[in-house]
Ligand binder design. Structure first.
Ligand code: DHB
Ligand code: MG
Length: 233
């Protein structure tokens, strides 16, 4: 390959969606209901939804937290990867979006797996942190206000168990900004967030070029026996 260009990037995204993004009836209906309710069409794409299901499976989480519910499309995919008996707590600031999500969870028969919190995440998270306590959460998905990611993480980091997984959406951009546009506030905030997680010695971290960029991180076990952590004799 010579070079990536806009056309090739678009083809690549379409290819991923076509090959890895088959959308079943329930997922398609949830996306459609969200759009009919007037929510912005910014839910993850179907291929990314399936990626979230896989990550939720990998996490083995008993409790997962999502920041930014919108119409419930990503929550559906997270729930699909969680074990029976596990739960998702999802936070949404906009009451209208939360109501649409509530109807969607009921339609998808997920109402007893999902607990919805309605309000600004920075008000909800301190309460949740108090309630759940340290080492209580196996999976965190950040997808709300991009300028607040670092603040969400400050509350959530202590909650994540050893081996627990952090996933953050839009770590390379949205429709309004991209990572190469230096001065924009969301870009500055997300760049700082990315660099902080990448430098955190307690986490293994990767940036993934999928849709608008995702960050994946996993809390290292305290007593690591991994080959890469062993010092040479
Ligand atoms: C946009 C995309 C997102 O994934 C999101 O969480 C917020 C906004 C956008 O492209 O505008
Ligand atoms: Mg997003």
């Amino acid at each position: 390959m010579d070079d990536m260009n806009a056309e090739r990037f678009r083809y690549t995204q379409d290819y991923l969606r076509e090959v890895f993004g088959a959308e079943d009836e329930v997922a398609a209906a949830i996306r459609q209901r969200a759009e009919e309710a007037g929510l912005p069409p910014i839910a993850v794409t179907s291929d990314v939804g399936r990626f979230l299901t896989l990550l939720a499976q990998f996490s083995g989480a008993r409790t997962a937290i999502e920041v930014g519910t919108l119409g419930g499309y990503s929550a559906l995919h997270l729930c699909r990867g969680l074990d029976a008996g596990s739960r998702l707590i999802t936070i949404e600031r906009d009451p209208k979006a939360a109501e649409t999500a509530r109807e969607n969870f009921s339609y998808a028969r997920l109402h007893d797996r999902v607990r919805q919190e309605v309000g600004p995440a920075l008000e909800v998270l301190p309460r949740l942190a108090e309630e759940l306590g340290p080492d209580s959460v196996g999976l965190v998905f950040l997808d709300a206000e991009k300028t607040e990611y670092a603040a969400y993480w400050k509350h959530l980091r202590p909650l994540l168990v050893e081996g627990g997984i952090l996933v953050a959406d839009n770590v390379l951009g949205t429709r309004s900004w991209w990572i190469d546009e230096e001065a924009l506030p969301a870009r500055v905030a997300v760049d700082a967030f990315n660099r902080a997680i990448a430098a955190d010695p307690d986490f293994d971290v990767a940036g993934v070029l999928i849709r608008q960029g995702m960050l994946l991180a996993r809390r290292r076990p305290r007593q690591s026996s991994r080959v890469m952590d062993r010092l040479p004799d």
